[in-house]
Design a protein around this ligand. Structure first.
Ligand code: SF4
Ligand code: SF4
Length: 206
């Protein structure tokens, strides 16, 4: 069956994201779609945003018992659910419990290969934008992590977490004072409709 799918691309700097109307009726038909396989990982640039806009969420995350905590990242591990898994933040009724801005990068950028929007020539500028954004974010997170490490700060040390986050925010502000040029090259928002052949259940590729 052919179906029109609406994608909305948002250029909001480090909090950019892609919205897909098909997710509301995901062809996987298992009430979790791609969120049944992923465990979100929060890095320094996510923490910087949360510290400024929703610090309580960091406290909530760090109290969970299904975490993998490294020096400068936290993974919220998914749990077994039926024949696959379910992300901790996924609810059967409403999908992701986090608003787009609060999600980590993969969750904000990921669109399943069944939709394959990158193949549309008119969307190449967005493909380039999200590729550059992803590279920039990796470099930024690495730079922040190594500066925190130089100061002897790690998330693994519970006793120094408040100092860790204080320093993280200060370093983030310094490192992002000048943003790369590609942020200015795409509009703030663009809505696009594409048509795709829809397959259901496990035939829909993830
Ligand atoms: S698998 Fe595709 S359609 Fe389903 S929720 Fe994920 S991105 Fe949306
Ligand atoms: S955080 Fe939200 S978008 Fe990301 S995998 Fe979990 S439910 Fe899906």
């Amino acid at each position: 069956m052919q179906k029109e799918i609406k994608l909305v691309f948002y250029n909001q700097g480090l909090r950019s994201y892609i919205e897909v109307d098909l997710c509301r009726e995901c062809p996987r038909q298992d009430d979790k779609g791609c969120c049944g396989f992923y465990s979100p990982v929060f890095y320094s640039s996510d923490f910087a945003y949360l510290l400024k806009s929703e610090p309580g969420l960091i406290d909530k995350i760090l109290q969970l018992n299904n975490l993998t905590i490294l020096d400068a990242s936290v993974t919220i591990n998914n749990r077994i659910d039926g024949e696959s898994y379910r992300c901790y933040f996924h609810s059967k009724d409403g999908g992701c419990l986090l608003t787009q801005h609060l999600r980590e990068s993969v969750c904000r950028h990921f669109v399943c290969p069944g939709i394959a929007w990158e193949q549309e020539e008119k969307l190449y500028p967005w493909k380039q934008f999200f590729a550059q954004l992803s590279d920039y974010e990796i470099e930024l997170n690495n730079r922040i992590a190594s500066r925190l490490q130089e100061k002897g700060l790690t998330l693994r040390d519970k006793s120094k977490r408040s100092q860790f986050f204080e320093e993280l925010l200060a370093i983030f502000e310094q490192e992002t004072r000048i943003l790369p040029d590609f942020f200015n090259k795409q509009p703030a928002r663009e809505e696009v409709v594409i048509t795709r052949q829809i397959m259901y259940g496990q035939d829909w590729p993830l």
